[in-house]
Design a protein. Structure first.
Length: 530
């Protein structure tokens, strides 16, 4: 009998890492999950302060100095061990608590959008600091959500002696898709069993399989020519700005013959200094997007040829630098289904009349095409794998989703039907709409964490899906090479310019109950109806 038991346990070990973990009854699990929900609800004030505080910092990608300091100080105070500056990125970190397996990593972005400064709770364009960056995407809310969920679960794990490790990590410079591929390349996720990522949205939802949207490679082409007096001896100059224009024209012609599902766009970062000097240096920065890794690479190769052609035509030299990359996203079915069950338990927040009034006024202000006006009142269904590829945005969580089982929890902190990367997307982000959305999301995340810590066999199932269903489709190759480095210098100049003005508006929670109160905004502030 004893022998048989040993044989069986040996077989179990071979099947999965966690097959021998202690078992909790369904009732025990439900009771602990209920407690986690209540614990999150009790941290409502903490969530509001964090959301408002990060909103007020308004820091662009790679410059999230105050944001990262604030979050890591808080995690450190709460017993997390912090590794600073991971992958050579000064504002990146890896915060760890607990011991043993499973290891579950919670991630979210923290950077904002150029020129999106906006007063919260005001339903028309009214910047806090004109021209300054602002949270016109809502990345001020995801890390607060993760902190609230992690602290709630940590309390329960400590008391009950539940084994497992919680990691928190930030998606630094997500708007530049600038870091996550470096984190995976540098091995940060090698020992992690699952990743739960959170992203602001206007409903409470999760999906699995290939997600809507694209992956991308972000590349800056720099041309080098020869300066000369543009009137005195133009024949002695070779214009790098001409090369940029020629590349752009070449790309626009190529665009006609590209699969329409691709997306590409550019900005000219350097077009020369002044008209009477032939520009000796100029550069253009592209995002090349497509729905699969090989297609992204095809588009990129085509652009490289056009860059070489432009250099030949203008008699200049071209070099290129990869500034960011993102794989198309593929999410884990096992985690998503478990999470969706919890989403149904939690449901959408209860919106006040003021919340709805603000939302509808903003939708009207930006001519939103949304069918049902106001905030979401009906839960989304679980997101299924796309049957036909759908173009759109990217997120470098894609890289992590190909490294280990991952999902993105989307939570209802913003207003439906806005155009994105715009001041209007900042309006809700330091109001009760954002605060309630974060609390709802943190409840779902805390419950899902407990599901996997208490039933580690589910981790094995998630890996089975990852290996057998996802992994068969495509092998993961990071788009950043061994020699590539994160472009940490980006946005330095913009933050240097605006930080002194923004500092005056940092949220002081010791003096004001909310950021709305500090700014003297009555909620909601909407235009008078004629
Ligand atoms: Zn985002």
């Amino acid at each position: 009998m004893k022998k048989l038991f040993l044989l069986m346990s040996g077989a179990c070990l071979a099947v999965g890492l966690f097959a021998q973990a202690p078992q909790y009854s369904k009732d025990q699990i439900d009771a602990l999950k209920k407690e986690a929900m209540e614990s999150v609800a009790a941290k409502e004030k903490m969530a509001q302060v964090m959301v408002d505080k990060v909103f007020s910092f308004a820091e662009l990608g790679f410059q999230e100095v105050e944001t990262s300091k604030y979050l890591t100080d808080m995690l450190k105070e709460n017993g997390f061990e912090i590794e600073y500056g991971i992958s050579g990125v000064p504002t990146a970190w890896w915060a760890k608590w607990g011991s043993g397996k499973p290891v579950i990593a919670l991630g979210s972005d923290l950077d904002c959008i150029p020129k999106a400064s906006q007063k919260p709770g005001v339903a028309y364009h009214d910047p806090i600091v004109k021209g300054a960056p602002g949270h016109g995407e809502g990345h001020n809310s995801g890390n607060p959500l993760n902190v609230v969920a992690a602290l709630s679960v940590k309390e329960i794990m400590e008391r009950e002696g539940i084994q497992g490790t919680i990691i928190l990590w930030p998606g630094v410079a997500e708007e530049l898709v600038g870091t996550k591929a470096f984190f995976t390349r540098d091995g940060y996720f090698d020992e992690v069993d699952l990743c739960i990522f959170t992203h602001v949205s206007n409903n409470l939802s999760v999906s699995y399989g290939q997600a809507r949207g694209t992956g991308l490679i972000s590349v800056e082409y720099t041309f080098e020519g020869e300066a000369a007096h543009a009137a005195g001896s133009p024949w002695r100059g070779r214009s790098a700005a001409d090369a940029v224009e020629l590349m752009n024209i070449g790309w626009q012609y190529a665009r006609e013959h590209l699969d329409p599902i691709h997306r590409s766009h550019s900005v000219i970062k350097n077009g020369g200094d002044q008209p009477n000097v032939v520009p000796s240096e100029a550069s253009i920065w592209y995002y090349f997007r497509h729905v699969t890794y090989p297609k992204i690479m095809e588009v990129y190769e085509r652009a490289n040829k056009i860059a070489e052609g432009a250099a030949m035509m203008s008699n200049t030299k071209v070099s290129r630098r990869v500034l960011g990359s993102a794989w198309p996203r593929h999410f884990n079915k096992v985690i998503a289904e478990q999470m969706y069950y919890n989403i149904r338990e939690v449901g959408l927040p209860e919106w006040s009349e003021a919340d709805q009034e603000l939302a509808m006024a903003v939708q009207e202000e930006v001519n939103s095409p949304v069918q049902e006006k106001g905030l979401a009142t009906k839960l989304d269904t679980i997101g299924l794998p796309v049957r036909r590829f759908v173009s759109g945005g990217s997120d470098d969580i894609g890289d992590i989703s190909w490294k280990l089982p991952t999902v993105t929890l989307r939570y209802p902190s913003n207003i439906p039907g806005l155009q994105g990367h715009h001041w209007s997307n900042a309006i809700a982000m330091a109001t009760p709409i954002a605060h309630k959305g974060v609390v709802a999301g943190a409840k779902v995340e805390a419950m899902t964490l407990l599901d996997f810590f208490l039933q580690p066999e589910l981790v094995d199932e998630a890996w089975k899906y990852f290996r057998e269903e996802q992994g068969m489709k495509q092998e993961y190759v990071p788009m950043v090479g061994e020699e590539d480095e994160p472009a940490i210098y980006l946005n330095t100049d913009i933050m240097e310019q605006y930080r002194p003005a923004l500092e005056k508006f940092y949220y002081d929670e010791s003096k004001y109950d909310s950021y709305l109160e500090q700014l003297g905004i009555s909620y909601p502030t909407v235009k008078d109806k004629e």
